[in-house]
Design a protein around this ligand. Structure first.
Ligand code: FAD
Length: 361
């Protein structure tokens, strides 16, 4: 019997399994498909909320803690698994901002480096940018992680660990509850699995799982579509954000362009309209992209929550049943802090993060 069984092996489930195993727990990690294939694979990997000053303090608390961890986490995973998650601190350029004074006072309050840049400085920072007459903001501390590689490294880590049992392709699952206490999970393909604690970390699908025990979790699927250009290394150097669209350079020259924000239920198919729209805005931001092929176009379902504040903690009506879901647009950046907080709650340790803003219904 495991101490803790985690349902869902996206970035949240995988990082939580690692955090608990490091604390000495025996963990079962279960997914209905292969590990690391859903939203966490589909995302862009920017290690910052897009306009961080527009979020509540609850999101900033987790984002700031995580940002401090990513360089070390990426290095450790590379050393322990041989897979480099490619954390790079390229800096983030934000163009055409209309709430600059809010941004500047947020950066002063949280001591984050954020400065105004004129068109000349913009050009120095990113020569490929379109438009000579633009101003922007520059956040040099922001980086990105190559999320499919981060997942590969985490999957390898949990498979190497003698404390983690990995169960993929579980088939249908159901929570097993007796007299208000969790007993484990029933799985079509693995049968009866017992655990002292169970965590629902099933991203956009967490709501229906919890519904079966009378918990109404307000987390909904929000589709996001991405494009991948195959360009040459060094064509662009910075992450650049304009409106809801951004470009992210990878080390090998590939450039990610995102993203859409669509409420279409559990439909994770990409559409031709969004492909054209993303191509158009990509080439408006970086005209040179017109010379390079689009290698891939895909969609993923974010676990959407109100204001992007995730639910982290034990549910009120079932002892031993926990949730970590609703990280919305920021699951990759929030994951280290979010899973650190929940791991402390599960093991009963004191935590340096305030749990209150993330209370579960
Ligand atoms: C286009 C796009 C761009 C994004 N860009 C960024 C970004 O730049 N930075 C950032 O921080 N975040 C970004 N995100 C958001 C981020 O990807 C998500 O917040 C994060 O991946 C959520 O992780 P998760 O582990 O909760 O969910 P998921 O990765 O979706 O994992 C959930 C897992 O649960 C499993 N599951 C579901 N139902 C069941 C069941 N019944 N039984 C067993 N297993 C089940 C699924 O198979 C899946 O493996 C982006 C998302 C998208 C779609």
């Amino acid at each position: 019997m495991s101490d803790t069984l985690i349902i869902g092996a996206g970035v949240i489930g995988l990082m939580l399994a690692r955090a608990l195993a490091i604390k000495g727990q025996r963990v079962t990690l279960l997914d209905r498909q292969s590990f690391g294939r859903a939203s966490s694979w589909a995302g862009g990997g920017i290690v910052s909320p897009l306009y961080p000053w527009r979020y509540q303090d609850a999101v900033t608390q987790l984002a700031s803690w995580s940002q401090g961890q990513y360089p070390k986490l990426s290095r450790e995973l590379r050393e322990q698994t041989g897979v480099d998650p490619e954390f790079d601190q390229q800096g983030l350029l934000l163009l055409d901002i209309n709430d600059e004074s809010e941004a500047l006072s947020w950066s002063a309050r949280y001591e984050r480096e954020l400065t105004r840049v004129d068109s000349q400085r913009l050009c120095e920072l990113e020569p490929q940018l379109q438009g000579s007459n633009r101003n922007g903001l520059w956040m040099p501390e922001v980086g990105s992680i190559r999320n499919p590689r981060l997942l590969q490294a985490l999957i390898r880590w949990v498979r190497q660990s003698s404390r983690v049992t990995s169960l993929e392709n579980s088939g249908e699952i159901r929570l097993r509850v007796h007299k208000g206490k969790i007993e484990g999970v029933g799985s079509a393909n693995y049968g009866k699995l017992s655990a002292g604690k169970v965590v629902v970390a099933a991203g956009a699908w967490s709501g229906p799982i919890l519904n079966s025990v009378g918990v109404d979790l307000p987390v909904v699927p929000v589709r996001g579509q991405m494009l991948l250009y195959k360009a040459q290394p060094g064509l662009i150097k910075r992450i650049t954000l304009v409106g809801n669209r951004y470009v992210i350079p990878r080390r090998d020259g590939r450039i990610l362009v995102g993203s859409s924000l669509e409420y279409e239920g559990y439909n994770a198919y990409p559409t031709i309209e969004q492909r054209y729209s993303l191509e158009r805005t990509a080439q408006e931001i970086i005209p040179a992209l017109a010379d390079y092929p689009v290698e891939k176009h895909w969609a993923g379902l974010r676990p959407g929550s109100s204001q992007g504040v995730p639910f982290i903690g034990e549910v009120t009506n079932t002892k031993g049943l926990y949730v970590s879901a609703g990280h919305f647009r920021n699951g990759l950046v929030l994951a280290p802090a979010s899973t650190h907080l929940l791991a402390c709650q599960i093991t009963g340790e004191r935590c340096d993060l305030d749990p209150m803003p993330y209370c579960v219904p």
